[in-house]
Design a binder for this molecule. Structure first.
Ligand SMILES: Cc1cc2nc3c(=O)[nH]c(=O)nc-3n(C[C@H](O)[C@H](O)[C@H](O)COP(=O)(O)OP(=O)(O)OC[C@H]3O[C@@H](n4cnc5c(N)ncnc54)[C@H](O)[C@@H]3O)c2cc1C
Ligand code: FES
Ligand code: FES
Length: 1349
């Protein structure tokens, strides 16, 4: 019910300097929705809707009534309720700069530094950097990292984005390559690194080849001029000087927003509406209202009340207003720490430590201290510290003030210890610490930054004056129960004890007894969490011991095993790196762009938000919105579908079910809409069509489906094997005689490898807009896909109309990675059915949650190997059997298992080899194509096997790799001939550039000295085959028109996914036509201009389409030749004009028939791939054995790109795929419930790498002087191969873990499991803490999640 107070007030705020006055504003509308839908500023993107990705970042400027200054801060607009913007100025990417008027230096630099690929994250990145520069025109590198920590990018690997931001930083002028910060030119000659210094002007002279390390010209950047920025609107300043004191009310359809102007009014309103929450940052309320169905008809906003933002410093502590943002709290604490003696600030230091890693900058800018405390999330990072630090809550109501302790009763929500309904939290009092009091904070999350903690803790001890006798002790944990909990009993029992090892030992046992975590606890990871409970306490023990030692008056025991520094958290480092490539020949004409680092064609438009993605297309006349209804059961009969209640809802137009499909409903096994039976949770059953997206989504919740569960229900590979449940027949390759050779070898090892799946997490979720025309059943489909022809065909068969009536348009795709090859056809077809049924255009935009639930991803894998080898490390026989979890329908699973088997030998020549693969059918959403297509999972088995052999032979793994690698021209297991020379060169260069051998010695030295931290280093080789394995899949076409003004329009069959294919195509056309790229344009990929295209995938998009474009240009140039000959001094425009007058066609189709490729599985022979890409990567990591965290110290990649068409783009592909691979092998973990429901559906639950995950030093070099005659200008496709190189990080972690286990005398092998999450690492680094935790009998409880690989 709307609040029946009075008419709505006017909401006044500014967007990009323009005043917005909204009369009937709906409080449920977010700033993001307002920007995109109401004022059509579509530069700001939707990617998650929960504050977790930064794509929607904008800057908000507000007058701060306390400091009387203007505050500029970045926010996640998807969580900003529009009503909270009263008297605020919003700046979006459009307000920062434009290609039509003036580019802002931030926009120019991110584009020209090649910091954009698909460009979907770019506006958010720009806005985060812009907000930083508004506050700090010359930021430090730490500030830059902090500002970008909340922005995800799935394409670039972050390095170029950071590099662009770094051009604004104070330190940026120095040499970036020395960890010391000292420029290599300042060092003596014999101390200079082998690498190039940036001051050397980026040219490295090798004997005959010029290598280059500069991908853009920094000197050309326009300077930052802060005086050019938009000013804070004077009208808002006037309003702020004379603040409105009356209560403002904004009434929407369902919700009323009340914003009192005075504290007194707020207190009165709280009495009137005790159930109404106070809405501050909305970072807790917002996600709960969006995803957990929380609903509040009245929201009270105290945003205009200065009392809630006051900060008071007294002699005994700090009182911070509940309305201060966490970013402000961070600054306040930092200030106090700098002002006060160290002993008084220990609680503040602990809080500050966690505030650095809590969420991203946007969330810290929005979330308030009050909101954080009151939300009482079990994972809260601040509450455990506030609780042990004896913080108190200052409450207010009409009855007056009151103080309550922030203790565990409050945190558990006990009524007696809580706020009364009419009370509000005014401020939080945090006392100073005393001389003999120590406070520490701990947290462990899936990754270091921007990730909710698995477990955190606040710990405090107060010693009796001048002694080490415990006078008071508090230990509080988060993440281990429904709320933050304190270990009161344990602490009490330890009072009076001395701070020594016996106390520590007993404390651990008491804590484990008191904090009991059931085996079925929500969130899983139970044994890991139990281990952290004691590991954290151990860290605390050592930290305090160290403090006591520095305080000095007593003799305290030496800290055993390792220096204390090894217990510290990993410091955040600013990644550095060098990118090296071969310069084009000095004789190449300047106008010929091939081989040069040309910026992505859309780079500037990405940076200004002017690049149009599918959902940025303005609303078309009579457009309706579609939302999908999916199965909640894994395997069941559909008994009934009741749509009646949904159809009654306002705005709902129709519900589309299988019966509405005029043509075919998918295939027999893979239905577009389920009928009769569902095969997985997330299978689409029907779709609601409504006037708005909100109405359609609300209606989906009202559709009632009744099911009858069916047997069997299979989720895991283990169960699929038991039930003989497979999607296709076994794929097998074999050579030699493994059984016989197994009898002759020195040793045999058998092992198992588990590799988890991966979510594509393209930043742009699946989207489509279908526009039916009134004539001839024609349909225009705008879709985000890698394969428009497949969408076209599927829509044709679904609607039963000829293909020629359907035109698919793809302007650009916000990331695909294989996830937009098959599935977009389903969404396109469903939207098309809706369009035909209703006669309206239909827009379908998947929520992140739905996208992750429905679409499936990389196949999880279980591999077994048996390897026979000599003591020298020479492998004589190898038998590998792999099973992939294909999900419920075939999709691409057969192809994936075929490719996996074909690629499994990787770089190794093993004469007796058997490779077998099976695709399991389970009741999970179908897994599908994903960058690398089976190679990244499968080859992890091969490489793990090599590591195991090395361990048994007592050899370093790199020796065993080298020994077994292909060395001379040879044939693969499927008898394809190839020359491994570039592989060997990559390997040797990588060893050399990374100084591998000397660093291996340093790693060993480090490990000898450190018990609790271990370093690991690993180098992996790669032979990656590109292409589809079938000739017809390599064909490509292009259409090139020359217009009479001389301009050239190019279309080809490839889709722009961010990989820069359009840029490369213009480079090709420019060389062929001998014409600058500025004459040329690519509008879109369309099935009307180039028909029957092949999916842009398998790394060969630029290859094959480049050949087609080349062909078309050559045809045209041939036609123009006689004219040019006649008038050699003429210019292009003259020749074109003459050609037109002479009736010479200025339009040509180019065609490439494709590389020959085939595979005969019967014989196990073929020539399935046109060529191989070779590479090698070396990574070094440091692991914290107590928490499982790791830090990536350095990665060096050498890749054989042959003659790169565009080194900036190719290096971008290598870096981006490497980081994506690193995510696969370290943090990206999909969790399923025992009922087959995917839990990990948001960026909170699924962690892709962030900017802080980039290796501290990240060097990429392209192998010089390499040639492949087969491809366009001898270039190679690099889209996928880098993925696997991410495994070098995995093997480095495994190396560190193995070192820890050796030191602990654990001889038993550990099971190789990817991703190497902190949980896996911690539990594999077994020690007395992992031994002391209670273990549950798996038969006695139902786990929270199940492993499906
Ligand atoms: C993407 C993301 C990442 C995050 N990561 C982390 C993390 O790593 N670690 C962590 O600890 N937290 C994390 N959080 C949670 C975050 O810290 C909290 O959501 C936030 O602090 C809540 O503050 P808010 O101002 O947004 O509260 P709101 O959502 O506005 O309000 C939350 C609750 O507090 C009540 N409330 C607010 N102020 C008052 C008051 N003055 N008096 C009485 N009641 C009040 C409201 O009524 C409401 O019930 C994350 C959140 C997001 C969205
Ligand atoms: S869309 Fe707002 S943070 Fe992801
Ligand atoms: S460029 Fe960052 S997500 Fe694509």
């Amino acid at each position: 019910m709307p609040y029946p107070l009075k008419e709505s007030d006017e909401l006044i705020f500014f967007v990009n300097g323009r005043k917005v006055t909204e009369k009937n504003v709906d409080p449920e509308v977010t700033l993001l929705a307002f920007l995109r839908k109401t004022v059509c500023l579509t530069g700001t993107k939707y990617a998650c809707g929960r504050g977790g990705c930064g794509a929607c970042t904008v800057m908000v400027s507000k007058h701060d009534p306390v400091s009387r200054k203007i505050r500029h801060f970045s926010v996640a607009s998807c969580l900003v309720p529009i009503c909270s913007l009263y008297e605020a100025a919003v700046t979006t990417v459009e307000g920062v700069g434009s290609i039509k008027t003036r580019l802002h230096p931030v926009q120019e630099r991110i584009a020209k530094s090649h910091g954009t690929q698909c460009g979907f994250c770019t506006p958010g990145m720009v806005m985060s950097m812009y907000a930083l520069l508004r506050n700090h025109p010359q930021p430090s590198e730490e500030q830059l990292m902090e500002a970008l920590g909340g922005n995800l990018c799935r394409c670039t690997g972050y390095r170029p984005i950071l590099q662009s931001g770094r051009t604004f930083c104070k330190e940026a002028d120095g040499c970036q390559q020395q960890e010391t910060g000292q420029c290599c030119l300042d060092q003596r000659e014999n101390e200079r690194p082998e690498k190039q210094c940036c001051a050397d002007k980026a040219i490295l002279l090798l004997p005959s080849i010029k290598m280059c390390t500069e991908l853009f010209a920094k000197e050309e950047f326009q300077p930052l001029d802060p005086t050019q920025e938009l000013i804070f609107p004077p009208e808002l300043l006037r309003m702020a000087e004379n603040p409105e004191k009356r209560t403002l009310t904004f009434s929407g359809e369902r919700v009323t927003w009340i914003s009192p102007g005075t504290l007194q009014d707020l207190l009165e309103l709280k009495v009137k509406h005790p159930e109404a929450p106070l809405i501050l940052g909305n970072t807790s309320l917002g996600p709960a209202m969006k995803s957990r169905g929380h609903f509040y008809p009245i929201l009270l906003s105290p945003a205009r009340i200065p009392e809630l933002k006051m900060v008071t410093k007294t002699s005994d502590g700090l009182t911070i207003g509940a309305g201060c943002s966490l970013a402000q709290v961070k600054d306040i604490l930092a200030e106090s720490i700098s002002e006060l003696p160290e002993e008084k600030t220990r609680t503040y230091q602990a809080l500050l430590k966690h505030l650095r890693s809590l969420a991203g900058q946007q969330i810290r800018n929005m979330a308030t201290l009050g909101g954080h405390v009151i939300s009482r999330h079990c994972y809260s990072d601040l509450n455990p510290i506030l609780s042990v630090g004896k913080a108190a809550l200052n409450l207010l109501s009409e009855d007056g003030p009151r103080q309550i302790p922030l203790n565990d009763h409050f945190l558990a929500g006990a009524v007696s210890a809580d706020l009364k309904p009419e009370e509000i939290l005014e401020s939080v009092y945090i006392p100073h610490t005393q001389k003999w009091e120590f406070v520490a904070a701990f947290r462990q999350a899936q990754c270091q930054q921007n990730a909710l903690p698995d477990v955190n803790a606040g710990m405090r001890v107060l010693f009796k004056e001048g002694t080490d006798t415990i006078g008071d002790l508090s230990v509080t944990y988060g993440g281990v129960a429904a709320s933050t909990i304190s270990a009161h009993k344990s602490c009490h029992q330890l009072l009076g004890r001395r701070w020594n090892e016996r106390m520590m030992d007993e404390a651990c046992r008491l804590l484990l007894d008191e904090i009991s975590l059931p085996g079925s606890a929500p969130g899983g990871k139970v044994e890991f969490k139990r281990t952290l409970i004691v590991s954290f306490f151990f860290k605390f023990y050592l930290e305090v011991l160290q403090e006591l030692r520095t305080q000095g008056s007593h003799r305290y025991p030496e800290i055993e095993h390792s220096p204390l520094s090894t217990l510290e958290d990993f410091p955040g480092t600013i990644p550095q790196g060098v990118q090296t490539y071969q310069r084009v020949d000095s004789h190449q004409p300047l106008r010929d762009p091939v081989g040069r680092p040309i910026m992505h064609l859309s780079g500037l438009k990405h940076a200004t938000g002017e690049a149009i993605f599918c959902d940025d297309i303005p609303r078309v006349d009579k457009e309706l919105f579609m939302a999908l209804v999916t199965s909640t059961r894994a395997h069941a009969k559909i008994i009934s579908i009741d749509t009646s209640e949904a159809l009654q809802l306002p705005g709902v137009v129709d519900v589309v079910t299988a019966e509405d499909i005029p043509g075919t409903n998918g295939t027999e096994d893979d239905k577009l809409l389920a009928i009769d039976e569902v095969l997985c949770v997330g299978q689409i059953i029907c779709a609601v069509v409504a006037e708005t997206d909100v109405q359609a989504k609300r209606a989906t919740e009202k559709i009632k489906i009744t099911y009858e569960d069916l047997e069997p229900v299979i989720f895991t590979i283990e169960d699929a094997i038991k039930h003989n449940s497979f999607l296709c027949s076994e794929k097998k390759l074999e050579q030699g005689n493994i059984e016989k050779v197994f009898e002759m070898v020195d040793q045999i090892v058998e092992g198992e490898v588990h590799v988890g799946g991966q979510e594509h997490f393209y930043m742009e979720t699946q989207r489509v807009l279908v526009i039916p025309t009134t004539e001839d059943k024609e349909l225009d489909i705008y879709v985000s896909t890698q394969d428009p022809a497949h969408v076209q065909k599927t829509v044709s068969s679904t609607l039963n109309i000829p293909i020629n009536r359907i035109t698919c348009h793809v302007k650009r795709v916000g990331g695909g990675f294989g996830g937009k090859v098959g599935r977009p056809a389903v969404f396109g077809a469903l939207a098309a059915v809706g369009a035909i049924k209703t006669g309206h255009p239909i827009r379908l935009v998947l929520d992140r949650e739905d996208d992750m639930l429905i679409t499936g991803g990389r196949h999880p894998l279980f591999g077994k190997y048996k390897v026979g080898f000599m003591n020298s490390g020479r492998i004589k026989a190898l038998d590998i059997e792999c099973y992939i979890n294909g999900g419920c329908v075939l999709d691409d699973s057969e192809l994936v298992i075929e490719f996996l088997i074909l690629k499994l030998e990787n770089a190794y020549k093993i004469r007796n080899l058997r490779l077998r693969g099976h695709a399991c059918r389970t009741h999970l959403p179908s897994n599908t194509a994903f960058r690398g297509f089976g190679f990244p999972q499968g080859t992890l088995v091969t490489e793990s096997c090599i590591t195991a052999v090395a361990a048994k032979c007592g050899l370093p793994p790199e020796k065993v790799r080298e020994k077994n690698m292909y060395k001379t021209v040879d044939k693969t297991i499927y008898k394809q001939a190839f020359n491994p020379e570039p592989l060997i060169r990559c390997w040797n260069e990588c060893l050399d550039k990374s100084s591998f051998h000397s660093r291996r010695i340093q790693v060993e030295e480090f490990n000898k000295k450190n018990y609790w931290k271990k370093k690991g280093i690993a180098i992996v080789p790669m032979k990656f085959s590109v292409g589809f394995g079938a000739t017809s899949y390599h064909q490509a076409a292009a259409l090139v028109h020359i217009y009479t003004d001389g301009s050239v329009l190019i279309t080809h069959g490839g889709n722009e996914l961010g990989q820069g294919i359009h840029t490369k195509m213009l480079q090709v056309a420019s060389r062929e036509l001998k014409l600058p790229m500025s004459y040329m344009h690519i509008c879109e990929t369309s099935t009307a201009t180039v028909p029957n295209t092949i999916a842009t995938a398998a790394s060969i998009g630029a290859d094959v389409n480049g050949r087609a474009v080349q062909n078309a240009c050559q045809i045209l140039l041939k036609r123009l030749e006689p004219i040019i000959k006649k008038n050699p001094e003429g210019i292009w425009e003259d020749w074109v004009k003459a050609a037109f007058e002479q009736r010479i066609s200025l339009s040509a189709t180019g065609y490439f028939r494709g590389y020959k490729a085939f595979m005969d599985w019967e014989k196990g022979e073929g020539d399935p791939f046109p060529y191989y890409v070779y590479g090698a990567a070396c990574s070094e990591v440091e692991v914290d054995c107590l928490t499982g965290a790791h830090k990536k110290i350095r990665t060096d990649i050498v890749m054989d790109a042959c003659c790169s068409l565009n080194p900036a783009i190719d290096i971008g592909q290598i870096e981006g795929s490497f980081i994506q691979g690193m995510g696969l092998y370290t943090t990206e973990e999909l969790q399923y419930s025992p009922e087959g429901v995917l839990y990990s559906r948001t960026p909170d639950e699924y962690k892709i790498p962030t900017i802080t995950d980039v290796p501290g030093q990240f060097n990429v070099s392209l192998l010089p002087s390499s040639q492949t005659p087969l491809t366009i200008y001898s270039s190679k496709g690099l889209g996928e191969s880098g993925m696997f190189l991410g495994s070098s990080v995995f093997f480095a972690i495994a190396d560190a873990v193995a070192a820890a286990r050796r030191q602990r005398d654990i001889t038993e092998d550990f099971t190789v499991k990817s991703p190497a999450t902190p949980e896996w690492v911690r539990m594999a680094c077994a020690d007395w803490f992992t031994e002391m935790i209670p273990r549950d009998d798996p038969k006695t409880f139902k786990p929270w999640s199940i492993p499906i690989a």
